[in-house]
Each structure stands twice: as C-alpha cells, then as structure tokens.
Design a binder for this molecule. Structure first.
Ligand SMILES: *Cc1c(COP(=O)(O)O)cnc(C)c1O
Ligand SMILES: [Zn+2]
Length: 414
C-alpha cells in the first residue's frame, strides 16, 4: 500500500509496518489499539477535489487513496457508501435549526453504516488469503460482514448476543453465515469469538481490534464533506457504542484536513443511551472507563464494555466536542420524529444521534445557525418490534365507510 506509512499505537506511539498481521500493539496489549498513518503527500498527488468531481464511482471506493487497501485488490460487489445527505426542512423547523443535514446510512446494502467497515474487512481478508471471516456483534457488524462475505464468496462465522433482534439474525441466516447465538451479553459474545478466532484462525473483523475497519467507517465523513461541497460542519453527531463509528468519523475529517481538502475541523458530539453509557461517564468524570450493564432497547449501542473507548474519547476531546445521554423514551420519540418529518426509518441506535441533537439544541449547546450534520446509522426495518413500540397501533375498522368516518372524526383532518 503506497499510501500507508504504518500502524501507530494510540497508547505508546510506536509505529509498526502495515503489512504485519498485528491488530493491536504487542507492547500494550488490548489497550494498544492501532491507527493507520497515511502518506499525505501521496494522497495529495493521487486525489483532489477536482478529480473527485469527475469521478463516477459513487461508492466508498471513490476515496481509494484514503483507504488502507491495495489498489488492485478484489472488492465487494455490493454498493457501499455514497448514501444521501438530506436537508430536512420540516425537521429543522421542529428542532429550531437553520442548517441541518441528515446522512441516511440505513441505505447501505445491508442497511447500516457497518457496511463501510465490512467492505474493508472482506477486501483485507481476501488480500491475506483467508477463506473465512468472523466477528462478534450486537447485530449490524454481523449482518454487514455476512452480506459482504457472501458477495465476495467468503464464509462467515458470526457470534451474536442472545438479545440480537430477529431482523438482524434473519439477515445473517439469509446471507449464509454460521450463526452462533451466545447465551449471554455482547461482552460474552466478544470473548467467545476472540477465543474461537484464535483457535480456528479466521479473519478477525472485530472492529476496535482491527485497525482497518475504522478507516472504512471514516468514509461517512469523507462523503459528508464532499456532499457539502467541502464546507465543514460546526457539529457532527453520532451515536456511540464501542466508539469506532465516532472515532472513524473524526479520522475522516482529520485525514481530509491533513490532505488539504478542508480548512477546519468540526466538533464531535457522541450520544449514548442512559441505560448503557460508560463512555459518556468516562468523558464527564475524567475517570477511567468503568463497565456498565447493557440496559437499553437500542441494541446496536448496548455495549457495556466498549472496545474502543480511547479512540472515541480522543475524538471528543481533540475536537472540543461533547458526550450526552438520551433515555429510551427519547430514542423512541426521535424514531417517530424522523419518520414523520423526513420519511426516513431509523432503528433505535440509528436515531440516537438525532435524539441527542434535539437535547443539545434544547440545552443551548448548539445554536440555530450552526451547520450541523447527524447520521442515521441503521435502518428501522431491522428492528420492527421497537418501531411498533415507538409508533403505536393502526386504526382498526370493518370494511365500511360509515364506520371509517366515525373512527377518523376527531383523529385526523384531511
Ligand atoms: C454499531 C452501530 C453504532 C455505533 O457504532 P460503534 O462503533 O459501536 O460506536 C450506531 N448505530 C448503529 C445502527 C450501529 O450499528
Ligand atoms: Zn503500544
């Protein structure tokens, strides 16, 4: 990879060659998460605002010089990335904002932002000659890995916690994954997968551990900046579980800045569920991270022992941003608000960023004229049970117009 200089430990700063099969720093162990270091001169020579404006590859691969894969590697045939960025008038009125953009990442091929990471994972697995890829996941990392693996002709083994919603498990099975439902929480699933991966020697897609995956996730902010014609938002807001998504989003902004595509950086706001908010607690208290129970209906961010808290906390601190919590009730409200005002259907973790944004505006931290971007990270069809909880029941009538008139009177005026 001509564009990559090496992998740097975020804990001790040592740099390792990028072609080694090391995932974490051998000196620091699990704390030694690695970061991909690029040659920005190489990037500047190989991609520019102008070349991008001519590029008709509307997927994450339009940013190839920013990605840690070999140019000629086989890629997932699925169309990952280049999801729409909406300017949602009605929602802005409700929130009291004048410059809000909404990135709908539920429109990725397996319906979540995780496709961006899994697309990189299957390319790396292919580059290194693996036939089987594996991960543990609260659901979306799993379904995206299984889908992209199926498209590449790779086998996948997926470990999910007991509570993974049916829609996501159904996706896994349809994509032909070997699905292990671990009777325990995400932490249990993570540990069992780590042991199994070591035992069978599969390709490890566990996001925090694998330094390349955050690089896939960063394409979300590369796209946002290009779609905004290289304006930089004042605030970028993401929901937070393991912390890889917000870390990746921040890395995207920083890489664009280093390569001279943008001239400032945004503040990052991370949003967690009140029932499972170890990263918010660590941020607010300044104390080391303490594990929490996984007590929220937003299953994709129900991560009691986050795997990438340091990268996430760095993103928040470096950007002078903030962390905030929302209740499950506020998440359900945000699902409804998003659907009613935008016609976009997000899963609970998918709208948690929006729920946080609403709170940040109400609390005065974000003001009306600031340029704000938030991302809907996953599609609501994955978790229909919670959607029904948010939206309530339909109006039941017999097939009779008279009765319909009676039932509608006082309910809706057309
Ligand atoms: C994984 C996920 C997140 C959070 O990403 P982390 O890297 O775990 O912080 C948010 N929303 C959805 C829909 C996800 O699948
Ligand atoms: Zn180290």
């Amino acid at each position: 990879m001509e564009n990559v200089k090496g992998l740097q430990c975020i804990s001790c700063g040592r740099v390792f060659p990028a072609d080694d099969r090391v995932f974490t720093c051998p000196e620091c162990g699990e704390k030694g998460i690695l970061d991909v270091i690029y040659d920005y001169d190489y990037i500047k020579k190989n991609i520019s605002r102008e070349t991008l404006s001519q590029n008709r590859d509307y997927s994450i691969w339009r940013y190839l010089p920013f990605l840690p894969v070999q140019k000629e590697s086989r890629r997932t045939p699925l169309k990952v990335g280049w999801t729409p960025l909406y300017y949602p008038q009605k929602l802005m009125e409700v929130l009291g904002l004048s410059r809000l953009f909404l990135k709908d990442d539920g429109l990725n091929p397996t319906a979540s932002l995780k496709d961006r990471a899994s697309a990189i994972a299957v390319v790396k697995a292919g580059e290194e000659g693996f036939e089987t890829v594996a991960c543990s996941s609260t659901g979306n990392a799993a379904s995206s890995l299984a889908g992209n693996a199926a498209a590449m002709g790779l086998k996948s083994v997926i470990f999910v916690p007991q509570r993974a919603p049916q829609g996501k498990v159904a996706q896994l099975l349809i994509f032909g994954a070997t699905v292990i439902s671990v009777q325990g929480n995400y932490e249990d699933a993570f540990h069992l997968s780590a042991q199994a991966i070591a035992h069978w020697g599969w390709y490890n897609r566990n996001a925090a551990i694998n330094p390349y995956l955050v690089e896939g996730k960063k394409t979300v902010t590369l796209e946002i900046c290009e779609q905004l014609n290289w304006q930089v938002p004042d605030w970028a807001i993401f929901s937070v579980g393991d912390g890889c998504t917000i870390a990746g989003a921040w890395k995207g902004f920083k890489d664009l800045y280093q390569a001279g595509f943008i001239d400032k950086l945004p503040k990052m706001a991370g949003v967690q569920a009140e029932g499972c908010c170890p990263i918010t607690r660590a941020f607010l208290s300044g104390n080391p991270l303490e594990p929490m129970e996984e007590n929220t209906l937003a299953d994709s961010i129900a991560v009691g022992v986050p795997r990438n808290p340091d990268k996430a906390l760095n993103a928040i601190r470096e950007s002078k941003g903030t962390m905030i919590n929302v209740t499950d009730e506020e998440i359900l409200q945000a699902m409804k608000l998003l659907g009613h005002t935008c016609g976009v259907f997000g899963e609970p973790a998918g709208v948690t960023g929006l729920a946080g944004l609403k709170k940040l505006v109400a609390g005065g931290l974000i003001s009306r004229d600031e340029l704000v971007v938030t991302c809907i990270t996953g599609n609501g069809l994955k978790d229909v049970n919670n959607a029904v909880k948010a939206a309530g029941a339909p109006i039941k009538v017999d097939p009779d117009l008279g009765e319909l008139k009676k039932k509608l009177a006082g309910l809706v005026r057309f």
